[in-house]
Every structure is written in C-alpha cells, then in structure tokens.
Design a protein around this ligand. Structure first.
Ligand code: MF3
Ligand code: CO
Ligand code: CO
Length: 285
C-alpha cells in the first residue's frame, strides 16, 4: 500500500463514531469551521502517536538529566540525536525544510528555532528552550521545555514560570466542542494580565501523521473563532511569551532563528495533546 492508500484505509477500518459525526454536523449547521475527517485520528494512529510522544518525553528527560552550565548547544543536539536513534526513532527537525540539526535550542531573547552550534555555550543565568520532535513508525510527537542554567534572575524565572502557566491555561481551554480560538483567547488574556506579550507569527499545530498539520493554533486569538475541537484531533499548544513587546524578527544569516525584536527575553513550553470526549490527554508527559 502507498502511504496515501494506507491513510484512506483508516476511513473504512476505523470509522469516526457516528455520535461524533452527528455532533460535527450540528456544528457545521451553526456555521462553525469543522475539521476534515483526516484530522480526526483513529485508534491505531493514536497508539502510534502515543509511542512517538513517549519516546519524545524520554528524549527531553535525558536532556534534563545532562544539561549544565558551560555545555554547548551542539552537545544537546548530540544527546538528542544519539538517544533518539537508540530508541529506533528519528529526529523530525533534521533536514526538515533544510533545517540542519536534530533539535531546536533557543536561548534568552531567541524565541524559537535556535540552531545548536559548537561555539554556543550555555552561560550562568541563561534560560533555554529545548524543542524536540520524534518520529516513530511514521508518527510524530512534539514537545519543548524551558531549562534554567545556573543562577537565574528572578525576572527570568518568573517569565519561565508564567509561560508554563500559559500552556496550562491553554490546556484547560482545549476541550471538545470548544474552538481553537478559545485556546489562544485564554492564553493571551492571562499573559497580558502578567505584563507579558504573546508572539503572533508562530503557533501550535495539528500533529501526528505529519510534523505540521491543520489547524494553526494561535496563542493570541478570539474566543469562539476558528476550527471546532473534535475528539480524536491531536495538536500542540506551544505559547511563545515575551517579556517585552510581541514583535519578532528572523535571523538573516541562517533563515531560521526567531528573535524578539526588542531584544528582551522570551520563553516557550510545548505539549502534544489528544482531544478526548471529556477534555484532553497530554501525550508528551
Ligand atoms: N518543533 C517545532 C514546533 O514546535 C518545529 C521546529 S521546525 C525545525 O513546531 F525545523 F526548526 F526543527
Ligand atoms: Co516543537
Ligand atoms: Co510544535
């Protein structure tokens, strides 16, 4: 079977339950944006995504064990690549649209897509996001965490902690029959209440069968807008929260790394979640 035929076979062998199809039809009548059926993962697909996500969690646990002051971001890349391969899995970032490394390591004013390098050391007081995505048996799991390096200032620790809270608040809004916009609305409200801003140009995404699937998950959105969340959808929530203004710019030399425009700090946490009939399940714990 070709990959395309395999995908289509799920429609027949593991159909979407009729009570969910009926609810989707009600939503469509209310003029809500309803996901395509291929965005609703079937049990065998969910099992695959669950395994990929579990390995991805082990990868980040391994980084957590070894990360330290004075280490280079290339060493983090080496840990991620070697550990992932030891699990017979693949690092999704490597050669994704030309990305040169196996993981993203974004320090301080770097918002995301920091590229590991031999010349880049973690200094005392840095905050760093490590964003890993694992492919296992063709399925994807995607998550990132912040790490505090040595003695970190109160302001930076607060940013990291409040950003984790933003992810939690987004998770609480990610319930079936809410919309994608409800997630971003909850996050931006909280971030602003803490004096922070929310990056708008990048966001979460559907994930599981591909690296980046629909829908785009904005972290600065309006409630009751965007695609309705249906049980079986798998997506990431990954707020990028800035200490200063929301504006970002891209590295003109490597074409990847995103920085805050004002040079102030940024933090990010990410989980891959499954929308269930009662709420959601975090697959990358
Ligand atoms: N892991 C990132 C995300 O959360 C994507 C990184 S793409 C890469 O969507 F090419 F930079 F790795
Ligand atoms: Co990621
Ligand atoms: Co992601």
């Amino acid at each position: 079977m070709t990959e395309e035929e395999l995908k289509l076979s799920y429609f027949e062998t593991e159909p979407v339950p009729s009570h969910i199809l009926e609810k989707m039809e009600e939503c469509r009548k209310k003029r809500m944006l309803v996901p395509d059926l291929n965005l609703i993962k079937r049990p065998s697909q969910i099992e695959g995504i669950r395994e990929a996500s579990r390995i991805n969690t082990m990868v980040l646990d391994e980084v957590a064990k070894q990360i330290h002051v004075g280490m280079t971001t290339q060493e983090i890349d080496d840990i991620v690549r070697e550990f992932t391969h030891s699990q017979n899995a693949i690092c999704a970032p490597y050669q994704f649209e030309g990305y040169p490394k196996s993981v993203c390591t974004s320090i301080n004013q770097e918002v995301c897509h920091g590229i590991p390098a031999r010349h880049r050391k973690l200094h005392d007081g840095d905050i760093v996001n490590v964003d890993a995505t694992t492919i296992y048996k063709g399925y994807y799991g995607d998550a990132s965490r912040m790490f505090l390096i040595g003695n970190v200032s109160e302001a930076r620790r607060r940013l990291v902690e409040e950003t984790r809270k933003c992810l939690e608040i987004g998770l609480e809004a990610a319930k079936p029959w809410n919309t994608v916009g409800d997630i971003g609305a909850a996050i931006v409200k909280y971030a602003h209440s803490r004096g922070y801003s929310v990056v708008r140009e990048l966001g979460g995404h559907g994930v599981g069968v591909d690296f980046h699937e629909d829908p785009f998950v904005s972290h600065d959105a309006k409630a009751h807008t965007g695609m309705v969340l249906v049980p079986g959808m798998v997506l990431t929530i990954e707020p990028m929260i800035n200490a200063g203004k929301a504006g970002v710019c891209i590295d003109p030399y490597n074409g990847w790394t995103i920085y805050t425009q004002d040079g102030k700090d940024s933090a990010q946490w990410e989980h891959t979640i499954l929308i269930t009939e009662t709420g959601n399940e975090i697959l990358t714990y």
